[in-house]
Write a protein that binds this ligand. Structure first.
Ligand SMILES: Cc1cc2nc3c(=O)[nH]c(=O)nc-3n(C[C@H](O)[C@H](O)[C@H](O)COP(=O)(O)O)c2cc1C
Length: 188
């Protein structure tokens, strides 16, 4: 059985994003299980706001890159910040670009196993937004794990190196990550 290929992605463009830190930690735990892991930072991608007019002139290189990387992956570790009870525009935009299917090609999100994470300074940890992400990804064929993790009080969670300082939270992130790796290993 080959090592599952995992993409780790956060839906924030912010330099000090808590969700990026969270997914970096999940990626680190996934690497420890032997999975092949690539962290993709949305801020590094040049993704214009999706328009079919732009698409008609040719898919932007970074949109194609994202799509190709998702296609090649077995699973996705996804941390979604919560904006106004929902998904961020940056993440929805990335999903919209990556969801576009060239004729005869496999839809990028189809059959990808996804583990959902969120963190926010608030008490619910971004939980409400995860329902929306789950709906969107399930609708385009992803297999979103029933288990998910919303981490409240994001300001208190990470140390100065961006690592999770609270052992109980680290354990929860590690457990969900391991579940994703296990399920992707069985399916890939
Ligand atoms: C436009 C906007 C709307 C927000 N709405 C929510 C919200 O509904 N629930 C919540 O917990 N936090 C909300 N926040 C606070 C974010 O959780 C916080 O900015 C968080 O740090 C964003 O994630 P990031 O650190 O990964 O960028 C909102 C922030 C912005 C800018």
């Amino acid at each position: 059985m080959s090592a599952p290929k995992i993409i780790a992605l956060a839906g924030s463009l912010r330099t000090q994003s808590f969700n990026q830190k969270l997914i970096n930690e999940a990626a680190r735990f996934a690497l420890q299980t032997g999975a092949e892991v690539e962290v993709i930072k949305l801020a590094d991608l040049d993704l214009p706001i999706f328009s079919e007019d732009i698409e008609a002139q040719g898919t932007p290189a970074d949109a194609q890159l994202l799509k190709d990387k998702l296609r090649a992956a077995d699973g996705i570790l996804l941390a979604s910040p919560e904006y106004n009870g929902s998904i961020t525009a940056a993440l929805k935009n990335a999903i919209d670009w990556a969801s576009r299917t060239e004729q005869g090609a496999v839809p990028a999100f189809r059959n990808k196993v996804v583990a959902l994470f969120a963190t926010s300074p608030g008490g619910l940890g971004g939980l409400r937004g995860l329902n929306h992400v789950r709906d969107i990804l399930s609708g385009i064929g992803s297999l979103v794990l029933a288990e998910q993790l919303a981490v409240p009080s994001a300001f208190t969670v990470f140390d100065e190196n961006g690592q999770i300082s609270d052992p109980a939270t680290a354990e929860k992130v590690s457990a969900l990550t391991q579940q994703l790796v296990l399920v992707t290993s069985k399916l890939s």
